[in-house]
Design a protein around this ligand. Structure first.
Ligand SMILES: Nc1ncnc2c1ncn2[C@@H]1O[C@H](COP(=O)(O)OP(=O)(O)OP(=O)(O)O)[C@@H](O)[C@H]1O
Ligand SMILES: [Mg+2]
Length: 258
């Protein structure tokens, strides 16, 4: 398969007992594309994200990343393969401080002349953390505090700062600005624009129509576990998208990549 296809899923399906949360998702995204996933609460958006990133094991179906078939055993595996994800229910380590969370699995080290061990570069990590947080616009009084003591929005910004700090082959954000104030939301939207300019692909799960219409190239609508629409932004509008979300409009056969 072509390496120009960043991510492809074939008949990706997840059942939780009798709940068919995700049914036969055929998804394809090209290099540099920014795609929004929209849909009502419970439509299967986060389930889709969890199957791609190895948070859960899929019921059936296949996933390819840059042409290579993948089946991640866990989220750290996906991260290692270059997928940086901001999860809706945040996957941050409560007992670690901000730099440790940012660098989890990607610790900066330097060689230790005393022996074969590498030392953690705490100063370098703190500096990069401050730079990353600055891009999100969030004010965190003390980055050495553990995540446990932070507000929902502050936590979300720590997770987003990670995507602004490291280059990734694919960034996935599941409702990244849901808990953020107006200014922080604007800053995060700027981070997304920067990713676009750098040619880094993004999947953005969002309920925010204004945000979606401003930021992405393509909108995929989920309804009751199924992908029901695949719309190029220039061919659609907010009203049209809402019609697919609510089920008022159906019938446009889902055809995978536009
Ligand atoms: N661990 C689980 N066990 C059982 N059912 C689950 C589980 N996780 C999700 N579900 C169900 O799967 C369906 C899809 O949930 P999902 O979290 O993917 O929705 P969503 O589209 O992300 O919604 P929201 O916009 O509210 O975040 C829902 O009906 C939900 O109740
Ligand atoms: Mg969700």
């Amino acid at each position: 398969m072509s390496e120009d296809i960043v991510l492809k899923t074939e008949e990706l399906t997840k059942h939780y007992g009798g709940v068919h949360a995700l049914v036969g998702a055929n998804f394809e995204m090209k290099k540099g594309e920014h795609i929004a996933i929209m849909g009502d609460n419970g439509a299967g958006k986060s389930t889709f994200v969890r199957q791609i990133t190895g948070v859960e094991q899929r019921t059936s179906g296949k996933v390819w990343l840059y042409g290579e078939e993948v089946n991640f055993a866990g989220p750290l595996d996906a991260r290692e393969a270059g997928i940086e994800t901001v999860f809706q229910t945040l996957a941050l380590a409560d007992d670690l401080d901000v730099p440790d969370n940012l660098f989890l699995g990607r610790e900066k080290t330097y060689a230790n002349w005393l022996g074969p061990f590498r030392l953690l570069d705490y100063k370098g990590m703190r500096e990069a953390t401050m730079a990353g947080l600055e891009k999100t616009g969030v004010k965190i009084p003390n980055i050495r505090n553990s995540i446990r003591n932070m507000s929902g929005g502050q936590r979300q910004c720590v997770a987003i700062a990670r995507t602004a700090t490291f280059h990734s082959r694919l960034t996935i954000m599941d409702e990244p600005t849901a808990a953020l104030g107006v200014q922080e939301t604007a800053q995060v939207e700027n981070i997304i624009r920067t990713l676009k300019e750098a040619g880094e692909p993004l999947i953005l799960v969002s309920h925010n129509m204004r945000q979606v219409m401003e930021l992405v190239d393509r909108i995929i609508v989920f309804r009751r576990g199924r992908m029901v629409a695949n719309l190029r932004k220039e061919d659609t509008n907010g009203e049209d998208v809402v019609a697919y979300i609510t089920g008022a409009k159906t019938g446009a056969e889902f055809e995978g990549a536009a």
